[in-house]
Design a protein around this ligand. Structure first.
Ligand code: PEP
Length: 253
């Protein structure tokens, strides 16, 4: 079944790169990835670089994404950005990254509202889930994942589920240089697909599940070769064109 899911590599640039720096990186990626087929690639720069990066990506198949959004279309939400504003630029929006949950108070409920709003606008969410180190060590990982999947996808209809990508990102692996083993990541991603199957039946086979957490050119191939891992959400290594390109190439079926 995996061969029908196109591998998907997305770069989460976090709070890095001015607009000028973003353009430089995008031109490097465009050149390095030109003509590559069989892998979907996206970059998610900060909001302030989107207007500059969008035209810089012209003529390339690299997609553009954002790192967050507000669920309401407009209103008195100082400092926030809405989906109608982002729709001019992006196809993809990362939702519920663990840094948003940890530092900005996002909850399963607010994540669900955002997922529903992104889907209603015809865009594609990358829904981030994952357990803390403490939850992992307490043997709670699968309970946490089940809860996060169920809450985030509450009221998401079957007709829209294939537009959702789930990024399984164990929090202890993010930015630590300590990735999950490929076998453990596969076990968690298979479990997540099982949760999807119990809600959506065979449509679960259409949902892409990425692994995220210290993905590098050295470990990407082994991770993405696993049957339920359909790509990667890449943080640190997405800021270096050579590393991100190597990860994208490692995802080629
Ligand atoms: C991330 O922030 O989504 C991430 C996976 O970061 P890193 O690749 O740096 O661990």
């Amino acid at each position: 079944m995996k061969q029908t899911r196109i591998p998907f590599i997305a770069g989460n640039w976090k709070m890095n790169k001015t607009a000028a720096e973003a353009i430089t990186l995008v031109y490097e990626l465009k050149a390095a990835l030109a003509g590559m087929e069989g892998v979907e690639v996206a970059v998610c720069p900060p909001f302030t670089a989107l207007a500059a990066v969008k035209p810089a990506l012209a003529g390339s198949s690299i997609k553009l994404g954002a790192q967050n959004v507000h669920a309401e279309p407009k209103g008195a939400y100082t400092g926030e950005v809405s989906i109608p504003m982002l729709k001019d630029f992006v196809d993809i929006i990362i939702i519920g990254h663990s840094e948003r949950r940890q530092y900005f108070g996002e909850t399963d409920q607010s994540v669900n509202k955002k997922v529903l709003a992104v889907l209603a606008a015809g865009l594609e969410p990358i829904l981030c889930i994952g357990e803390t180190l403490q939850q992992n060590e307490a043997g709670e990982t699968k309970n946490v994942l089940a809860r996060q999947v169920s809450a985030a996808l509450s009221d998401v209809p079957a007709a829209e589920i294939s537009r959702v990508t789930i990024a399984y990102e164990p929090i202890w692996a993010i930015g630590t240089g300590r990735a999950a083993t490929a076998d453990d990541a596969q076990d968690r991603c298979a479990y997540i697909r099982g949760q999807l199957r119990s809600k959506y039946g065979d449509l679960a086979d259409q949902v892409r599940i990425q692994y995220g957490g210290s993905v590098t050119p050295a470990n990407a191939g082994e991770l993405i070769a696993k049957p339920d891992i359909d790509g990667a959400l890449v943080g640190g290594a997405s800021l270096k064109s050579a590393d991100f390109t190597a990860i994208a190439k490692a995802a080629k079926p």
